[in-house]
Design a protein around this ligand. Structure first.
Ligand SMILES: *Cc1c(COP(=O)(O)O)cnc(C)c1O
Length: 372
């Protein structure tokens, strides 16, 4: 699905030099590379505070801890996403409230959020799924009306821009009260191990978060709040420093590949290609995901795998139907879109090194199956 080897070949010298610098300075934890990466990412995003941490799941958890959410508080998030989002809500003994998504963007449905808000609701977690910015104007407006926090799960959309009604563009992850991201190797900005970060423009929240990632310490050996141990290590920060200047070019390469896929697969009766809502730069194509209508989606997947083409179903089971997150409050009729999408979606290889020949082979193989 990704070609990290091919990408590494292009940036080998800078990455190796970055790692060598960490080895030479011998500061593996909290080294200067971590601080410079934090600053570089703040500048790139135009966001006041970046707090690096160990992974994207921790980032979500720490964001929720920092907001002071209490057991029993309800947190609304999308039914169609990776489980990390709902997992940390449940882990903190908050009450996850899963809601349906929109059929065209795969992102959380504004109408479904409205229906799910109760007096106990404290936060909304939109996920910018597959790289497409969620509808932040409406989400922020709803949050303001009901006095809710907005936590953006930005693991899949780093670098995407959101254009609000007033025409202003903001990097996704810098719009809500706080955001999380992941630097897992296959993400749009990936390191060579685990990594993550929390973003916020709120000075006092940033201070709280910096303590929580470090055992709740603000002064050495004084533990003011219950914290965790969640660090980005210096070697990963070095890799990220080498890759961050390339992020816009990487996202453009993904957008170009997506446009080529869509051109080759346009106007086929069994295929719905992904839509981009807003300007071109509002979708950074973490995944390129088709919907297959009135055809054998699983047969297509097997056909592609047989031809040596990687592909995957993101996500095969709605979160509301997962054993760990069953809840008597849910009715199947609350999730018509997620229930439909899990049967229709298929994600194709998407990365920075896709060439025309590969795209032609992949799209040709899809059409060959659907047209026979
Ligand atoms: C990858 C991902 C995460 C978790 O990130 P990790 O670094 O693997 O913990 C969370 N949410 C979404 C939507 C993701 O895609």
């Amino acid at each position: 699905m990704v070609d990290l080897k091919g990408q590494y070949e292009q940036i080998k010298d800078t990455v190796n030099a970055s790692i060598q610098e960490v080895l030479d300075t011998n500061t593996y934890i909290n080294g200067p590379q971590v601080h410079s990466f934090q600053k570089n990412l703040e500048d790139y995003l135009g966001c006041k505070h970046v707090i690096p941490c160990a992974n994207g799941t921790d980032a979500l958890q720490i964001a929720m801890m920092g907001l002071g959410l209490k057991p029993g508080d309800e947190v609304i998030t999308a039914d169609f996403t990776f489980a990390a989002t709902v997992e940390v809500i449940a882990l903190l003994q908050l009450t996850p409230v899963l809601v349906d998504v929109d059929i065209d963007t795969f992102n959380i449905s504004i109408d479904a959020i409205k229906k799910a808000i109760t007096p106990k609701t404290k936060a909304i977690v939109p996920v910018h799924l597959f790289g497409q910015a969620a509808n932040m104007d409406e989400i922020m407006e709803l949050a303001a009306q009901h006095n809710l926090f907005v936590i953006e799960d930005n693991a899949q959309a780093i670098g995407a821009n959101y254009k609000s009604q007033n025409g202003e563009k903001t990097k996704v992850g810098c719009i809500g009260h706080v955001a999380s991201t992941s630097f897992f190797p296959s993400k749009n900005l990936g390191c060579y191990g685990d990594g993550g970060a929390i973003f916020t423009n709120d000075d006092s929240l940033a201070h709280i978060l910096r303590g929580i990632v470090n055992h709740g310490m603000y002064v050495r050996y004084h533990h003011d709040v219950v914290g965790v141990n969640s660090r980005l290590d210096s070697i990963q920060a070095g890799v990220l420093n080498a890759k961050l200047p390339k992020l816009d070019a990487y996202n453009q390469a993904r957008q170009t590949a997506a446009a080529k896929y869509s051109a080759a697969l346009a106007n086929h009766k069994n295929i719905v290609t992904p839509v981009v809502v807003g300007d071109k730069d509002s979708h950074v194509f973490h995944q390129y995901t088709l919907r297959i209508l009135n055809a054998d989606r699983d047969g297509l997947m097997q056909h592609l795998l047989d031809k040596g083409i990687p592909c995957a179903i993101y996500y095969p089971i709605p979160l509301h139907a997962q054993k760990a997150y069953l809840d008597a409050r849910y009715k199947e009729s609350d999730f018509p879109v997620t229930n439909q999408l899990v049967k229709e979606v298929i994600s194709l290889p998407m990365h920075t090194e896709l060439d025309d020949e590969q795209i032609a082979f992949i799209t040709g193989s899809i059409l060959e199956f659907l047209n026979r």
